[in-house]
Design a protein. Structure first.
Length: 346
């Protein structure tokens, strides 16, 4: 076989994964499958929501989807996000199913079936959107914006209501200040004994307790936006106490730069991981199927066809697993990134 035949086979191999324009308005096969995936997400959530309101015991498809939703919420979102889980659950559910449906739709051999039915006149109307770098890049950008915007909003909320701070919540009690002695604190050895009740040992000293301390007064919204953004950036790296030594501040600046680079690398890793895994599987399948024409030229179509069919079945099963796995990994990592933004350790 000459080199032109090999090059033509290489072009056909890439045709299986490259986007192809379907209309003069710029509609591509990848955009088509994305639209279908979005419609499927809407249908699934509408169906599950309607069934959940009418059937206390899920059955059939309702049980399947509700099991997946419940697993993600209880085993992924809540352990990572804690009390913030319910705020982000709808977004993360949507991300998971959107990626999953794109992965699964790409496995359906629509192009091959249409090619056989139309004798090759109709082709490249279907594709795997998540094997397109632009699609996975857009998903990563959405995740990036959600992560950092959520972190900034959380800091703004804390500035407006300091009791929302993780190290303040449920442990703040009044400190003696003003005039006289705190009333109702006698005999209390643990801060957990203090209840939020002005009549039961809450440490209020003539109306000058915790609720009136400037330390716990919230900032107005405009100021909270400015200070909240500053606090979010400040929490990017391990930082010294204010007024620390020069080397401490220099080390903080170095760590801050590293963390800022890391914040850009994380969405890039999300994009590449999903794109590369979905692209590689389809390329390997296309390469196996492309061996059939060569078998005719080598007069070895029998053994090669057996290898091709067996390999395609095995790789299709692997791709089915990878479709679920990559949707889970993308959602799981996005959850961890959001958790680190809304509840930084430091």
């Amino acid at each position: 076989m000459d080199i032109t035949g090999i090059l033509a086979a290489g072009d056909n191999l890439m045709d299986h994964v490259l986007p192809h324009t379907l209309t003069s308005y710029g509609l591509t096969n990848h955009i088509l499958t994305m639209l279908l995936s979005a419609i499927l997400v809407i249908i699934v959530f509408t169906y599950v929501g309607a069934k959940a309101r009418t059937n206390l015991v899920p059955r059939g498809m309702h049980n399947l989807f509700e099991s997946i939703l419940s697993f993600l919420r209880t085993q992924v979102f809540r352990p990572a996000l804690g009390e913030n889980a319910d705020r982000f659950t709808p977004f993360l559910w949507t991300v998971f199913f959107f990626v999953l449906f794109n992965n699964l739709l790409g496995m359906i051999p629509v192009n091959e079936m249409l090619g056989l039915a139309t004798a090759g006149r109709v082709e490249h109307v279907w594709g795997t959107a998540t094997a397109n770098f632009s699609v996975t890049g857009a998903l990563a950008i959405i995740a990036f914006i959600t992560v950092h915007l959520s972190g900034i909003i959380q800091q703004v909320r804390i500035k407006m209501d300091p009791s929302l701070a993780p190290h303040h919540k449920g442990t703040d009690h009044a400190q003696p200040h003003g005039h006289g002695q705190m009333h109702g604190m006698e005999g209390i050895e643990d801060g957990r004994d203090v209840v939020v009740d002005h009549h039961v040992g809450d440490g209020h000293d003539h109306g000058h307790g915790v609720h009136h301390s400037k330390q716990f007064q919230g900032q107005p919204f405009p100021m909270a936006v400015v200070t909240g953004i500053g606090s979010y950036i400040w929490n990017f790296g391990s930082h010294p106490d204010m007024g620390g030594k020069f080397m401490d501040l220099l080390m903080f600046a170095f760590l801050l730069v590293l963390e800022l680079f890391g914040s850009l690398i994380k969405p890039f890793a999300l994009c590449i991981r999903l794109f590369a895994n979905m692209l590689a599987g389809h390329l390997v399948l296309a390469a196996l199927v492309g061996m059939v024409p060569f078998a005719l030229a080598w007069y070895a179509w029998g053994p090669i066809s057996v290898v091709v069919v067996g390999g395609c079945v095995a790789l299709s099963c692997l791709e089915l697993f990878v479709a679920f796995l990559q949707a889970y990994i993308f959602t799981f990592l996005t959850t961890l990134f959001i958790a680190s933004a809304v509840a930084p350790e430091h």
